[in-house]
Ligand binder design. Structure first.
Ligand code: ADP
Ligand code: MG
Length: 253
């Protein structure tokens, strides 16, 4: 210890050495509060360390949301349930408790374009990431392209393992583009690896009875559906496109 420095200065140096930035920033305020309210040393330390913990938790949460690769940051508060009365709001709120993750259950959002499938899937994904659940959002087409590239480069196994590790994987837009049977096998492998171990949220505009066409092989489509739907809640949305609603209101203005 530098003999000329005060205890207070030494404490600042220690906090700086330990990279406890928030505790440094809030030190004076906490010391004033502690003196004024005659806090015990323990209570003072709790107050001071809480500042550091709060900021670290916030940073961690932000990092998890970033890793999730969501298409946007739309959350459930941005969703207008009155516009889409076929959706059971309580059911969506129940998903947001993340209970389905505990049971490794899947969710399938089924419906035409613009009814909010991606928005709802993203909201649930962000809620999971905020709770520090490893979550990843990817469009079906991109997922398959990635797996194909990995197969070409002889690293399919590790790529499949990578995608199978997420506690929650969101696969968006199944059925918009047809998938060749050879590529559908890759998707099946991933679904099979996650089956009963991890939760997957799927969004699709294709009714299940047309998945033969999407995956271009009935046996494969059935095997995928079988595993996806075994422990799943299907949210079937019937209604108007929200995109169209905005378009129409703009035109009417
Ligand atoms: P889908 O994936 O079903 O095609 P999206 O979730 O992408 O539809 O929704 C299209 C756009 O409309 C997005 O910008 C989304 O945030 C918005 N949207 C859809 N439904 C609602 C709603 N009920 N309330 C608020 N915004 C909505
Ligand atoms: Mg969508």
């Amino acid at each position: 210890m530098n003999p000329t420095s005060t205890n207070y200065q030494q404490l600042l140096l220690n906090l700086d050495y330990l990279k406890l930035k928030q505790m440094t920033l809030h030190l004076d305020e906490v010391l004033d509060f502690s003196v004024h309210n005659e806090l015990s040393i323990i209570d003072t330390l709790i107050k001071l360390t809480s500042y550091e913990i709060d900021v670290r938790e916030q940073n961690m949460t932000q990092a998890m949301v970033k890793v999730g690769a969501f298409p946007h940051r739309k959350e459930i508060r941005d969703f207008d349930f009155t516009f889409q009365p076929s959706i059971n709001q309580q059911q969506i709120l129940d998903f947001l408790t993340l209970r389905f993750l505990e049971a490794n259950e899947n969710i399938v959002f089924l419906g035409p374009s613009g009814v909010g499938k991606t928005h709802l899937a993203t909201s649930i994904g962000i809620a999971a990431a905020k709770k520090r659940t490893s979550t990843y959002f990817i469009k079906c087409h991109d997922l398959i392209q990635n797996l194909k590239r990995a197969r070409l480069e002889n690293r399919l196994e590790s790529r499949l393992k990578h995608y199978s590790k997420y506690k929650l994987l969101i696969v968006d837009e199944i059925g918009y583009l047809p998938i060749e049977a050879e590529d559908a096998k890759l998707f099946f492998q991933l679904i099979d690896m996650r089956y009963e171990k991890k939760s997957t949220i799927l969004t699709t505009n294709a009714n299940f009875n047309t998945w033969d066409e999407v995956f271009q092989e009935a046996k494969l489509a059935n095997a995928i559906l079988d595993r996806v739907l075994h422990h799943a809640t299907v949210v079937s949305i019937v209604g108007d496109s929200y995109r169209l609603k905005n378009h129409l209101t703009k035109e009417n203005e």
